[in-house]
Design a protein around this ligand. Structure first.
Ligand code: ADP
Ligand code: GLC
Length: 502
């Protein structure tokens, strides 16, 4: 029998309400998988301007939430309640016009909002005040990235002796260590926890208040979204200055690979794609390819290998390396489609490449879930040359769609893709190690060569990939064990055993 936990997710995005990247996918899917295992799971996030209460059937909760913001005094907000679709998971949305009543989640264009410090400290503190308002005492609060990294800090300080929350454990999941929520020192006064926490052990980093660092110090347990990344971030190359802190907390840090929501990403019943297909009946994939070529204005050549890429166009994703390699790449007999947005230079640069090589390369600058599905289904290969990749979801979607991933061997990409072995005909994709234009172009060259010259090898890769499953059920089981460990660490073994008899 399951020992039922109550868990509150405090997070900055959750699909289908709002999503900018994989974090939204995770926060939309993992709570459902945990609920299916019998836990009481809830989610809190801001009611961004883009979240339409009518469309999602949100209802206002009675009352006003009063959130202390240190030196700024008390700030009030409303709360909406909804549900994650196809579940009973309650989702609470903070309604605050000045903080969230604008276009964008984190910023506009490529610039972060100037008041992101207040916007996300508010979300973190409101998480705890909402518990009080609802008289909900979660066993554990699951915080994500810097946006809610202040939750563990608050639990350990201001709420340490709180009758309701004094025994609540915390887990901080790192989806991306590059962004740390590093702000001016005086943010300490807004946090209101006392300047004694502004030390190099806790929140101070480079004479700034670093919210993620505070979370790393205070969270009961830490996790990342792949095992590979959990090891990498303990090294200076991937640690973004926090590798020392992470080495100190290595005993409390684990990696759990994200899952895929196969109700959304499945070529057998995907409503977004022009034809459905499966591993035993692949002809629909050919139609998807034809349609993708038409959509992007490429010549309709069934025999040519088509590479897809769907990504935020930022350095993390290796697009600078792709840009440097592109002239070599377009020399190959291939086609490529790119969907994404991000760095302004990339919009211009890839647009220009498309104009120069219209038979080989096309791009769509923007965000479109519909097109993302079409690219997954219609491409033969999927490119992810990331500089670092905590998990990455598209390579796992690609496997399911019979679209062979070509990835850099880092983080979750390395954990979820097995390199092609031409002798044994095993593997699920093509991997390269060096983050250089030549390594990328050479590996794409190997993929193209295999496409034309090693048909059985390619067929094997497609078959092997389509058989892979990265389920949220399996990830949820691992999170559940981690939650138990966190609760036990927080309460002590005896009390934890009393509270959750085996
Ligand atoms: P990250 O969170 O670092 O951006 P992930 O691979 O974890 O990377 O997740 C990215 C998610 O966002 C995937 O679901 C992907 O399909 C989606 N995505 C990224 N860019 C776009 C885009 N331009 N249009 C539609 N979906 C996109
Ligand atoms: C981050 C990472 C990505 C990961 C996602 C969800 O955005 O960049 O690799 O898949 O979070 O965990």
């Amino acid at each position: 029998m399951i020992r039922r936990l109550s868990i509150l997710f405090s997070v900055s995005e959750a699909a289908p309400f709002i999503k900018e990247g994989g974090l939204g996918d995770v926060a939309g899917a993992l709570p459902r998988a945990l609920e299916a295992r019998g836990h009481d799971v809830r989610v809190i996030l801001p009611r961004y301007y883009a979240i339409n209460p009518d469309r999602h059937g949100l209802k206002p909760l009675p009352g006003i939430l009063v959130v202390p913001m240190g030196i700024m005094g008390e700030i009030r907000c409303g709360v909406w309640e909804g549900r994650l679709p196809n579940s009973g998971v309650p989702v609470y949305f903070l309604e605050h016009e000045a903080f969230y009543g604008r276009e964008g989640i984190y910023g506009s264009g490529n610039e972060g909002f100037r008041d992101n410090d207040n916007r996300f400290v508010f979300l973190s503190r409101a998480t705890l005040e909402l518990c009080r308002m609802l008289e909900f005492a979660p066993d554990l609060i699951h915080a994500h990235d810097w946006h809610t990294a202040a939750v563990p800090l608050f639990l350990n300080t201001l709420y340490r002796h709180d009758p309701l929350l004094g025994k609540t454990a915390s887990l901080l999941t790192l989806h991306n260590l590059q962004h740390q929520g590093s702000f001016y020192p005086g943010l300490m006064d807004v946090l209101g926890v006392g300047w004694e926490h502004f030390t190099s052990r806790e929140l101070e980093q480079g004479n700034r208040t670093n919210l993620l660092k505070g979370g790393l110090y205070h969270a009961t347990k830490l996790s990342t979204v792949s095992e590979g990344y959990s090891r990498e971030i303990r090294t200076p190359e991937f640690g973004w200055g926090l590798d020392g802190v992470l080495r100190e907390r290595a005993d409390d840090l684990v990696g759990i690979l994200n899952g895929v929501d196969y109700t959304e990403w499945n070529p057998e019943n995907d409503p977004f794609i022009p034809a459905r297909y499966s591993v035993t009946e692949l002809s629909g994939k050919g139609l998807c390819k034809q349609e993708l070529q038409r959509r992007f204005g490429l010549p309709q050549r069934p025999e040519v290998p088509l590479f897809g890429l769907v990504s935020r166009l930022v350095k993390q994703k290796g697009i600078d390396v792709l840009a440097a390699a592109i002239h070599r790449i377009v020399e190959l007999d291939l086609q490529m489609v790119l969907l994404g947005s991000g760095e302004p230079w990339a919009h211009f640069y890839f647009g220009d490449i498309a104009a120069r090589y219209p038979d080989r390369f096309r791009c769509h600058i923007g965000f479109s879930n519909q097109l993302a599905h079409e690219v997954e289904a219609g491409s033969d290969f999927f490119l992810m040359p990331s500089a670092f990749e905590p998990c990455g979801l598209n390579q796992m979607y690609s496997l399911r769609y019979g679209t062979i991933p070509v990835v850099r061997a880092v983080g979750g990409l390395n954990d979820s893709v097995e390199n092609f072995n031409e002798q044994s005909l095993t593997g699920t994709g093509f991997k390269f190690r060096a983050l250089t234009p030549d390594a990328l172009a050479d590996t794409m060259g190997w993929a193209v060569w295999s496409w034309y010259g090693n048909k059985p090898g390619i067929a094997g890769l497609i078959r092997n990939g389509m058989a892979q499953r990265f389920t949220w059920e399996s990830a949820a089981q691992k999170y559940e064990l981690l939650y138990y460990e966190a609760v036990e660490k927080k309460l002590g073994k005896d009390e934890s055993d009393r509270r959750f008899p085996a």
